[in-house]
Write a protein that binds this ligand. Structure first.
Ligand SMILES: [Zn+2]
Length: 167
């Protein structure tokens, strides 16, 4: 199973997972139009449930619908998901934490767990298995994630656009 940062987030049932890993992080519910934004929030490690029809308690409701009147609503205006990401983080005053980058499955919205290298043998390309020493796995769908050239490119792009700080 290869990891593609450009994979689209398929509409599935909303996944409100009790998240014991990062309980202090801001959590977001996104309406059905904002799947790409949900993926970007998950890349940064935020709990981003999608698709959602209405706000739930203690979570921001992110929508592009200007008619929504709710104190927890964040109404995004831009079309570019990275610009939307900037709007949401600004409105929630949420600061991405470097340690949470790629810590969540982009499809299931669940924190991934470190998995022994032997367990991903045959599931990732041989050259990836050779070069990478730390793999994470989604406990729900089994997708394997690792930090490689693709995640470096994503980080650089987010740094260039001012979403995450340079280190
Ligand atoms: Zn998953």
């Amino acid at each position: 199973m290869t990891y593609s940062p450009l994979v689209s987030v398929a509409p599935t049932m909303p996944n409100h997972i009790d998240d014991e890993t990062h309980p202090e992080e801001e959590a977001f519910d996104l309406d059905g139009m904002l799947g790409r934004l949900a993926k970007w929030l998950r890349i940064l490690g935020f709990d981003a449930a999608y698709p959602c029809k209405r706000p739930s308690e203690d979570r921001y409701f992110v929508t592009a619908n200007k008619k929504v009147r709710d104190p927890r609503a964040i109404i995004v205006k831009g079309n570019d998901p990275v610009e939307q990401l900037r709007e949401v983080l600004g409105a929630a005053q949420a600061i991405p934490r470097p340690g949470l980058f790629l810590s969540r499955c982009l499809i299931c919205n669940i924190p991934v767990r470190e998995v022994p290298r032997i367990r991903v043998l045959g599931r990732v390309a041989p050259q990836i298995h050779e070069a990478i020493h730390l793999f994470n796995e989604c406990p729900c769908c089994g997708r394997v994630y690792w930090e490689g050239s693709h995640s470096t490119r994503i980080k650089l792009m987010l740094e260039k656009r001012g979403i995450i700080g340079t280190h």
